[in-house]
Design a protein around this ligand. Structure first.
Ligand code: PGA
Length: 257
C-alpha cells in the first residue's frame, strides 16, 4: 500500500453466494466491525439479487456496493442481462469486470472485457478490472505477456487519465483463486508493479501512481498483512474469506493499519 498516492480498497467478491436475507444479515454484522476503518474503502460485490437489500442496509455506513458483471450494451433485447445504467440507478458504485471465472465459464474475451469497461464508465460506475495468468502460463514463463495483453486491451476503453481515475486493477492469478494457495507477497508485488509500469508507459507517472491495484486469490486474515505490506499492492479482492464477517473484517483491519 502507498496511501500517500492512492486509495486502499478491500472488496469482497461474494460470487454466487448469499440470498438477499443473508446479505442483509451479513452487512449488519460487518457494519459494526468495519465502522472505524477510515483508511481503506470497503466494497461488497454481490449477486444482482442482493443489490437492493445491500444498498439499503449500507446507506448509513461507509461500505459501498458493487456488482460482479454487467452487459456491454445500455439496454435492449438481451434477455437475462443487466446494464450499467440499471446498476448505477440501483445504487451500485463498483463493478467487477473480466473475473477469471467469467473469462473461463462465460467465454469473456479481452475484447468483450474492454467493451464492458467502456459500458461501466459510460454508466458512471467504477470498474475493477481483473487480470491474471493460469498455472500453465506461469509455468511457461509468460505471466507478464498474458497480463500485459489483458491490461493493454482494457486501455482501449480508457481514453484519458480522467477515465483512468475510475479504474481499479485486480491482479488475480487464476491458480490462486479458491485454491487456498495464495501468491507469495513477492509474486504479487512483482506483477502489481509490472501492471503499474504498463499504466505509467501509457498514461504517465503521475496518473499511474494514483491507480489502486489489488491482489486477489486466497487472501485471508492470516496472509493479508504481508500481501498489503507490498508498496504496489493497494488492496484485495476477496472471495471465500469475504463470506465470513470475522475473516473479512480482519482483512479490512489489516488494510487499515
Ligand atoms: P478467493 O477468490 O479469495 O476465494 O480465492 C478471489 C476472487 O475470485 O476474486
Amino acid at each position: 500500500m502507498n496511501r500517500r498516492y492512492r486509495k486502499t480498497i478491500i472488496a469482497g467478491n461474494w460470487k454466487m453466494n448469499k440470498t438477499p436475507t443473508e446479505a442483509r444479515a451479513l452487512a449488519e454484522t460487518l457494519k459494526t466491525r468495519v465502522a472505524r476503518c477510515k483508511w481503506c474503502e470497503v466494497v461488497l460485490c454481490v449477486p444482482f439479487t442482493d443489490i437492493v437489500s445491500l444498498t439499503r442496509a449500507t446507506k448509513d455506513c461507509r461500505i459501498s456496493v458493487g456488482a460482479q458483471n454487467l452487459h456491454q450494451e445500455e439496454s435492449g433485447a438481451y434477455t437475462g442481462e443487466v446494464s450499467g445504467k440499471m446498476l448505477k440507478d440501483a445504487g451500485v458504485k463498483y463493478v467487477i469486470i473480466g473475473h477469471s471465472e467469467r473469462r473461463q465459464y462465460a467465454g469473456e474475451s479481452n475484447e468483450l472485457v474492454a467493451r464492458k469497461v467502456k459500458a461501466a464508465l459510460t454508466a458512471g460506475l467504477r470498474a475493477i478490472v481483473c487480470v491474471g495468468e493460469t498455472l500453465k502460463e506461469r509455468d511457461m514463463g509468460v505471466t507478464n505477456e498474458v497480463v500485459a495483453l489483458q491490461v493493454r486491451s482494457a486501455f482501449d476503453s480508457i481514453p484519458t487519465t480522467d477515465e483512468l481515475k475510475k479504474i481499479v486493477f485486480a491482479y488475480e492469478p487464476v491458480w490462486a483463486i479458491g485454491t487456498g494457495r495464495n501468491a507469495t507477497p513477492e509474486q504479487a508485488a512483482e506483477v502489481c508493479t509490472y501492471i503499474r509500469t504498463l499504466i505509467r508507459k501509457k498514461y504517465g507517472a503521475r496518473a499511474a501512481r494514483a491507480v489502486t491495484i489489488q491482489y486477489g486469490g486466497s487472501m485471508n486474515a492470516d496472509n493479508a498483512r504481508e500481501l498489503l505490506a507490498q508498496l504496489d499492492v493497494d488492496g484485495g479482492l476477496i472471495g471465500g474469506a469475504s463470506l465470513d464477517p470475522d475473516s473479512f473484517a480482519a482483512i479490512v483491519q489489516a488494510a487499515n493499519q
